[in-house]
Design a binder for this molecule. Structure first.
Ligand SMILES: Nc1nc2c(ncn2[C@@H]2O[C@H](COP(=O)(O)OP(=O)(O)OP(=O)(O)O)[C@@H](O)[C@H]2O)c(=O)[nH]1
Ligand SMILES: [Mg+2]
Length: 433
């Protein structure tokens, strides 16, 4: 009996029945495409690097690059020069503006803000003014002319930023490995070379050192390193060392994908690492990348107990990190994700504790626990582990590591270990496709 539908079809309607060999060919093609896609998925390992701003995500990505794509790091090395100059200029500007503020409210009898000190600093300020004036245009050159929504200033990186150099040609008279600097970076290089003595005098000034010690002046974490190495950096043929590259601070904007070909057990895998901007305003950009991730590496800087968010000065950075981690543990979309926690910046934590900074002053619940690295590391770890236990799917394990992202040897060992466990998870997962 004819169906209702076929009765309704007008007699002029085309006959959609295909010859069987055509339909078989299409079936074959579809199968081939599906098999190709499956094969591609089998080879592709997607990993998200998550964590608040300055937690060390981009530094971990650089360590992956150093381990699995040394060649590409070599070719990018010259691109980091403007960023190193930017880090130096920003630090000088921050020191000078903090000093200006402190001097405007100075009190009688303070040996660090006497008339003589003010006169010395003012002389340095005048000498360094042309250098500081370059900061914004250098940031804009590094950013490729794009500014951060919301008007926040500074330099950041986004996808493909290394190729934004307007001129990376090499002339025959220049030494091998030398790459022409973009215009403003070139001006910055010359200004730094001319100002090396004044930068060092400012940096080593007893008032500056004292204000840094008592946190009147707060600088980016790598500022001290670059200011101490300004002589080396101001040399004409300067090329950033690996240590310089690991220390450079540039904010990540949006999500940047990095690909690494890694051979394991005779098989080639394509690791797709997604490095995200960690500031609060950036976090909504993470969402589209959640679905296909086999693993999340979450970075929590445990040295940040005495620091507050740049986005919200009332929020302690460890609190923010823990809240963010809790949200990730709770999110059902991640219930089958391989979760790795890197309790990062342990070198800085040790340094702060050795300098006598007391955790209890910033985190009252730390109470009268010893102010030692072992006690602090275990305390912070237990908070993250507890949050995971409380909010995660019961079947999901948490793999954690204490890390210092500037230590190449130790970090690479961790990357290999973590990589193996992520690969196991991946194989388990694709086995089900
Ligand atoms: N001392 C020390 N510094 C670190 C460590 N990890 C990262 N840093 C430094 O901390 C700064 C911030 O690191 P990034 O990797 O840029 O931070 P991020 O998480 O990518 O930050 P956003 O891109 O803003 O989200 C850089 O200057 C790094 O050199 C660490 O373990 N120890
Ligand atoms: Mg980053």
């Amino acid at each position: 009996m004819a169906s209702k539908n076929s009765r309704r079809r007008p007699s002029s309607a085309p006959n959609l029945t295909m010859p069987s060999e055509v339909s078989e060919r299409i079936d074959e093609e579809l199968k081939r495409e599906a098999a190709l896609l499956r094969e591609q998925k089998r080879k592709e390992i997607q990993v998200l690097l998550l964590g608040q701003a300055e937690s060390g995500k981009s530094t971990l990505q650089k360590q992956f690059q150093l381990l699995y794509a040394q060649q590409s790091l070599e070719s990018e090395r010259p691109s980091w020069r403007p960023a190193v100059y930017f880090n130096i200029i920003k630090a000088v500007r921050m020191i000078l503006s903090e000093l200006e503020y402190e001097f405007s409210a100075r009190t009688e009898g303070n040996p660090y803000t006497t008339d003589e000190v003010v006169a010395e600093i003012n002389r340095l300020r005048s000498a360094l003014l042309p250098l500081v004036a370059i900061e914004d245009s250098l940031a804009s050159e590094i950013n490729g002319g794009v500014s951060i929504p919301g008007g926040r200033s500074g330099a950041f990186v986004r996808s493909g930023w290394q190729n934004l150099r307007p001129d990376n040609g090499q002339s025959v008279s220049e030494p091998r490995g030398f790459v022409k600097l973009p215009e403003t970076a070139n001006i910055a290089a010359k200004a730094i070379s001319r100002s090396t003595v004044d930068i060092t005098a400012l940096w080593q000034h007893r008032t500056v050192q004292r204000f840094i010690e008592d946190k009147t002046i707060r600088l980016d974490e790598s500022a001290a390193f670059f200011l101490t190495h300004v002589d080396r950096i101001s040399e004409p043929g300067y090329l950033p060392t690996t240590d310089d590259i690991l220390r450079v601070r540039l904010r990540t904007l949006g999500v940047i994908e990095h690909n690494f070909a890694v051979a394991t057990g005779g098989k080639a895998y394509n690791w797709r690492l997604f490095d995200v901007g960690g500031a609060r305003g950036q976090r909504q950009a993470w969402v589209p990348y959640f679905d296909d991730a086999v693993s999340i590496i979450f970075l929590a800087p445990i040295s940040a107990f005495d620091q507050y968010l740049e986005e919200d000065a009332k929020v302690n950075r460890i609190d923010d990190s823990l809240q963010l981690f809790t949200m990730i543990c709770q999110n059902k979309i991640f219930k089958d994700v391989h979760l790795v926690l890197m309790l990062n910046k342990t070198d800085l934590l040790k340094k702060k504790l050795a300098a006598g900074i007391r955790i209890r002053k910033y985190i009252t619940s730390y109470s009268d626990r010893p102010n030692t690295y072992e006690a602090a590391a275990s305390y912070f770890r237990s908070h993250f582990v507890h949050s995971h236990r409380k909010h995660s799917d019961a079947n999901r394990s948490l793999y954690y590591h204490f890390t210092s992202m500037l230590d190449v040897k130790a970090t690479q060992k961790i990357i290999v270990d973590v990589g193996e466990s992520i690969l196991q998870k991946h194989i388990k997962r694709v086995g089900l496709i």
